[in-house]
Design a protein around this ligand. Structure first.
Ligand code: ADP
Ligand code: MG
Length: 700
């Protein structure tokens, strides 16, 4: 009989109540199972011995065999340090001690072979190793130890309370003794054979007590695959259940609105990508299932028209549609653009935002409930309980990253049965991440820009080049172009940012004096009406320069604006910079993005700026962002639960993720209810996972 892995950790010999308490609080380890799944962060490889002349300047832990040939004391600012010359047959290096010098000097023998171990430094043209571990070669050979030493995750509290890495290793050993190392297999044989995966038992043993690199690699691969396989399986099952349970409104006809718009009023030819995506949406809307689709498309790729034509499909089937955007400016812009198209088709459309007057608001509520109003555009205001539709058939959310999952589901409940939902985002999410986080959404991608766009030229300039930049602006304005100048406004030090913005505005007003130049200014503290007034002046071309904060980050569309200047660009995140840059390059003219910064830049800021200068590709930028910030940060805590992986890493293991997703899909395709004999272990593991950690709660 094997030990039950759900046994509380207190029962493990050598743990006891105090340690159990610490393990629970510091590492979330409650049961034997949790402890087994505490995987090492890294390993110290003591299977390798280095020669002095092969040491690399990479600051890694290394192990060298040689002899100490001399000691000397070197005076330094405070006290002195002990330096030993350490020699092997290829060269020599220095061992250095800053503390315990007398004891060390007495205990180490000259001209005797030692194995030393530690991190190397490169100093004064020579390698040195501060406070190395030392062991006589003779003893080293006698001591049998696992060659690859795991380093477990730890916290300050744990190490202060004596739960060192060694202690964790011992406890782990005890766990393997008590359980006899018998762990049930959790992947089916056919998969293991096909992918040459080692058994669960072997994998767990070797991830904690690896004999050598190759076995460790196999163990990690198997465990990462398993982790990702079950996450994908859960997401896919959830999606399938969703599709079978939640009936959507079938939009079975393509009617007059859509057809007459397509034939008579389409202002341009759709790109291939737009057509493909419309077909995907059409297929969803025509099926019996409720659509839950994410539409990704880089800034300027033309998502709006796709959204509009999807709304027409709803209208053609007698349903209402709504479009929700994250800001007032953006809602207004959508409204203005779509209103013109609606006029031609005789469709009723209204806008509802925080600043809509009560009387108008009441009218809108009424028209929505009695079905007179066909399309409603707006901000969060759409989510208020008072907003009730007669028959909402399609809800579209623009710029998804500003809205949380909770809001998505709120829109769902606007009806007795949920409307179809289309979520549009201009911040491309790397495919691997989308797969894990939005596994429950279907994904469409517009991966093509409308024809004739010139790619935006991006440069990085230091503040001291400002005069040249201003001259450039003047030249562009002379050519009839318009300019954005954007200042950071970040909540925490809003006061200072606000001052920066105002100072900037004043100095620009001096350099670009009236009446020759007209300048608009827009920021978050202005009243919506004033904001709108200033925006409109810029849109109509009455002002040549728009000084703004990031309120214009999303969606604003002024095709004649061809220069985007970002002040203190080092303070912006990559996706924000990419969004801002997307405000230009919308017309026929060559557009420019100038990133202004001070001279001192962190390594991280430099990478961000270099990335922006190097590429216009939103997906590439998203990948870089993911690498710089980590997935949790990007998706926000709300959605990062699913990224709490124990062993796999979404970025580094994206290949394994794709493999796991492929096999999870395939397994379900061949055996949807997981009732085949060989899939019994899949079903059991899946059930156990859902039982012990309710993954549904944190996925969506
Ligand atoms: P985004 O995907 O960033 O929301 P928009 O929908 O605002 O992009 O489209 C950007 C601009 O491109 C708009 O001016 C729009 O009219 C134009 N546009 C969209 N699709 C096409 C197309 N197929 N051909 C030409 N212009 C297009
Ligand atoms: Mg848009």
């Amino acid at each position: 009989m094997s030990v039950n892995l759900q046994t509380p950790i207190d029962y493990l010999k050598g743990v006891g109540p105090n340690r159990a308490d610490l393990l629970r609080k510091e590492l979330g380890i409650h049961t034997y199972q949790d402890l087994i799944n505490l995987f090492p962060n890294r390993y110290i490889d003591r299977t390798q011995y280095y020669k002095v002349n092969t040491l690399q300047r990479n600051n890694a832990d290394v192990q060298v065999i040689g002899k100490i040939t001399a000691f000397k004391e070197v005076a330094q600012k405070r006290g002195k340090r002990l330096v030993a010359t350490f020699q092997d047959d290829t060269g020599n290096m220095e061992l250095v001690w800053f503390r315990g010098q007398k004891w060390i000097r007495d205990s180490l023998k000259l001209n005797t072979t030692y194995v030393i171990f530690g991190k190397t430094n490169w100093f004064n043209g020579k390698f040195s190793m501060p406070h190395p571990e030392t062991e006589l070669l003779e003893d080293h050979e006698k001591n049998m130890r696992s060659a690859m030493q795991p380093v477990y995750p730890s916290t300050e509290k744990l190490s202060n309370r004596g739960i060192s890495n060694r202690v964790v290793g011992k406890i782990m050993q005890q766990l393997f003794i008590e359980t006899n190392g018998k762990f049930n297999e959790t992947l089916p044989d056919n998969l293991r054979t096909e992918l040459k995966l080692i058994s669960k038992k072997e994998a767990l043993f070797n991830v904690h007590f690896p004999k050598h690199q190759e076995l460790l690699f196999k163990a990690q691969f198997r465990l990462k695959f398993e982790e990702l396989f079950y996450i994908q399986l859960q997401l896919i099952i959830k999606n399938l259940i969703h599709k079978s349970k939640i009936k959507g409104f079938p939009f079975d006809k393509v009617g007059t609105y859509f057809n007459s718009f397509f034939k008579e009023h389409l202002p341009f030819q759709l790109t291939h990508a737009q057509k493909r995506v419309l077909k995907e949406i059409r297929a969803d809307l025509g099926s019996n299932a409720q659509m839950n689709r994410l539409l990704q498309g880089d800034v300027g790729s033309g998502k709006t028209i796709v959204a509009f034509m999807s709304m027409l499909m709803a209208l053609d089937n007698g349903f209402q549609a709504c479009l929700m955007a994250p800001t007032e400016i953006l809602s207004v812009q959508h409204y203005n653009g779509l209103q013109e198209l609606c006029k031609k088709l005789n469709i009723s459309i209204k806008i509802l935002t925080g600043s809509t007057k009560t009387s108008i608001r009441k009218e809108i509520h009424k028209a929505l409930e009695n079905g007179e109003l066909q399309i409603l555009i707006g901000t969060h205001a759409l989510l208020e309980d008072k907003v009730k539709f007669k028959n909402l058939g399609l809800a579209i959310i623009d710029e998804q990253h500003r809205f949380g999952v909770a809001q998505r589901s709120k829109l769902w409940h606007k009806n007795t049965s949920p409307p179809h939902v289309l979520v549009m985002t201009a911040t491309p999410i790397p495919r691997t991440l989308a797969m894990s986080v939005y596994g429950d959404l279907d994904i469409s991608v517009i991966d093509e820009l409308p024809p004739g766009r010139k790619s935006i030229k991006t440069v990085h300039r230091y503040d001291k080049n400002r005069l040249n930049v201003f001259k450039f602006i003047r030249d562009e304005i002379t050519k009839g172009r318009q300019i954005y100048i954007v200042y950071p406004l970040i909540q925490e030090n809003e006061k200072m940012d606000y001052k920066d913005l105002m100072d900037g505005y004043e100095s620009i007003s001096r350099d670009f004096p009236m009446p020759k130049y007209q300048i608009s200014i827009v920021h978050g503290k202005m009243k919506p009406a004033d904001k709108d007034f200033e925006m409109q002046r810029f849109i109509k071309g009455e002002t040549q320069i728009m000084v703004a904060t990031t309120v214009i980050e999303v969606g604003v569309n002024v095709p004649n604006a061809s220069v985007m200047i970002v002040e203190s660009a080092e303070r912006f995140g990559l996706s924000q910079l990419h969004q801002l840059r997307g405000r230009v390059g919308r017309g026929a003219e060559q557009s420019y993005c100038i990133l202004m910064t001070g001279h001192k830049l962190s390594a991280n800021s430099k990478t961000r700026l270099e990335t922006m200068v190097r590429t216009n590709d939103g997906f590439e930028i998203a990948e870089a962002d993911l690498r710089l910030r980590g997935p949790g940060d990007i998706m926000g805590t709300q959605q990062s639960g699913v990224l709490n992986l124990k062993i796999a890493d979404i970025i580094r293991d994206s290949d394994i993720l794709q493999l796991a997703r492929h096999h999870a899909k395939n397994t379900l395709k061949l055996d949807p209810s997981l009732t085949n004999d060989q899939n019994k272990v899949v079903l059991d593991t899946y059930k156990a996972l859902s039982k012990y950690k309710n993954i549904w709660n944190y996925i969506s």
